[in-house]
Ligand binder design. Structure first.
Ligand code: HEC
Ligand code: HEC
Length: 218
């Protein structure tokens, strides 16, 4: 019995270790969005748009890990918030310091509102930096936030020196699917990456890169 429990514990630890910390968009969707919007008004708790301007980073990190501790310390801002929201307590969030930093950076940069705009944006409007990010993601020079093999391990694209052949050649994919179709394919994830998905920033950068590489490859 003991051996089985130990093995299970080891498998669990190994499995946990295998996954990188959650990316901030996932953290927000999973841990915060049931009570907070970003730019859409009060839900159970306040709208978090601009929250990184309303409070300092250290205060925010303490609040997120345990609002009760901050309230109990007699902090004025915290007690006022608690009173305003009918003494409804925000549950403690079990996030690593790295996840909290990434989440606050994400919110400060525009959060879910910026992600929604990225989904709607045409790849024609991409900046050179965004195209460069897409190329690095495609080739595997930059790791995907949610993990998984690089696109080039299964696909070729115009102007890519190397690429796999398990998946179709993507040289003409922008011309075929355009922004809307590609957004759908990338959010669904192609076989067999189906469960992983991309962040909105990555999906936009990849669309931009596929459009750009086809344009200069002709
Ligand atoms: C179950 C609901 C709930 C969840 C889940 C939740 N919160 Fe809250 N949050 C609240 C409430 C309610 C308040 C208002 C203060 C109070 O009543 O304690 C609040 C307040 C805040 C504040 C202060 C906002 C301001 O305008 O000053 C921040 C920052 C915050 N939450 C961040 C987060 C983050 C980040 C997450 C996810 C990691 C999260 N919350 C998850 C309910 C929640
Ligand atoms: C492990 C191999 C593998 C990886 C890694 C992979 N793909 Fe795919 N992809 C496939 C296969 C196989 C298909 C065809 C079946 C399908 O559509 O699911 C495909 C289909 C596609 C299609 C549709 C193309 C068409 O002509 O129908 C696009 C677009 C695409 N992948 C983009 C990407 C991007 C961008 C990445 C990197 C984020 C990526 N893929 C990573 C294997 C892969």
């Amino acid at each position: 019995m003991k051996t089985v429990a130990l093995c299970l514990a080891m498998v669990c630890c190994a499995a946990r270790g295998a996954f990188a910390a959650a990316d901030p968009a996932t953290t927000f969707a999973r841990n915060c969005s049931s009570c907070h919007t970003f730019g859409r008004g009060v839900l159970v708790g306040p709208d978090l748009k601009g929250v990184t301007d309303r409070h300092g980073r250290a205060w925010l990190a303490s609040w997120i890990s345990s609002s009760e501790t901050v309230i109990a310390s007699g902090d004025r801002t915290a007690t006022a918030l608690f009173e305003k929201f009918s003494k409804q307590r925000m549950p403690d969030q079990r996030l690593s310091p790295g996840e909290v930093t990434a989440l606050l950076d994400y919110l400060a940069a525009g959060g879910p509102e910026l992600d929604a705009r990225r989904r709607e944006r045409s790849a024609e409007d991409a900046t050179p930096a965004e195209i460069g990010m897409g190329r690095a993601l495609f080739a595997g020079e930059r790791a995907l936030a949610r993990g998984g093999a690089s696109c080039a391990s299964c696909h070729r694209a115009s102007n890519e020196p190397a690429g796999g052949t398990l998946g179709p050649d993507l040289s003409r994919s922008y011309a075929r699917f355009h922004d809307k179709g590609l957004t759908t394919i990338l959010s669904r994830g192609c076989f067999p990456r189906s469960k992983r998905g991309l962040t909105e920033q990555e999906a936009f950068a990849l669309r931009a890169y596929l459009r750009h590489s086809a344009a200069i490859g002709q």
